[in-house]
Design a protein around this ligand. Structure first.
Ligand code: CA
Length: 182
């Protein structure tokens, strides 16, 4: 089940992402509006989904839910969640492979939620590109705290330079201008 993401208007995806993490987005009229953080949930157990939906939607998250790797990849390309929670035991493959594939093209934080509690499982998930690992069962408060940390780190990530230059080419990202030889 995929739910549509909000459109970010004319804001470039990366800038929109950075604004979104701050929990409010300034709209085109300049009004501040509370804004839910888009969270990609990849989990095939209905009970866990219900629990997370109840816990997270009341804390400023908008859930984009899927239960398979195939749908999770569609979700990533089509809706670009700002943070992911994902289970490792999925019906169409291993969540570790999904972490690896997501990492090929998103820097959004990925938190693994898994019943697998061995050190080896955690190391594999973190090495594949996950940012954090929570062993089931876990408490809501710990999950919320780890989401806050993940979003804080994402927000503090390396800034892109606002002007890129290569030979005669000059790209001003802030002004969305490209010039050749000034
Ligand atoms: Ca599962």
């Amino acid at each position: 089940l995929l739910q549509p993401a909000d459109q970010a208007g004319g804001i470039p995806a990366r800038a929109a992402h950075r604004l979104a993490v701050g929990v409010e987005l300034i709209d085109q009229r300049g009004d501040r509006q509370p804004r839910a953080v888009a969270l990609g949930l990849v989990e095939d157990e209905p009970q866990v989904c219900r629990f997370l939906r109840a816990a997270l939607t009341s804390h400023g998250f908008r859930l984009l839910e899927t239960g398979t790797i195939r749908e999770a990849l569609q979700l990533a390309t089509g809706h670009n969640p700002e943070v992911y929670l994902l289970d490792l035991g999925l019906p169409d493959g291993d969540g570790i492979d999904l972490v690896r594939r997501l990492r090929e093209w998103t820097r959004a934080p990925i938190i693994v939620l898994s019943a697998r509690g061995r050190e080896e499982d955690k190391v594999n998930a973190l090495d594949a590109g996950a940012d954090d690992y929570l062993t089931k069962p876990f408490g809501v408060n710990e999950l919320l705290a780890r989401l806050r940390v993940a979003l804080r780190h994402a927000q503090a990530g390396p800034e892109l330079p606002s002007v890129l230059e290569a030979g005669p080419l000059r790209i001003d990202l802030a002004r969305r201008e490209v010039t050749v030889d000034g």
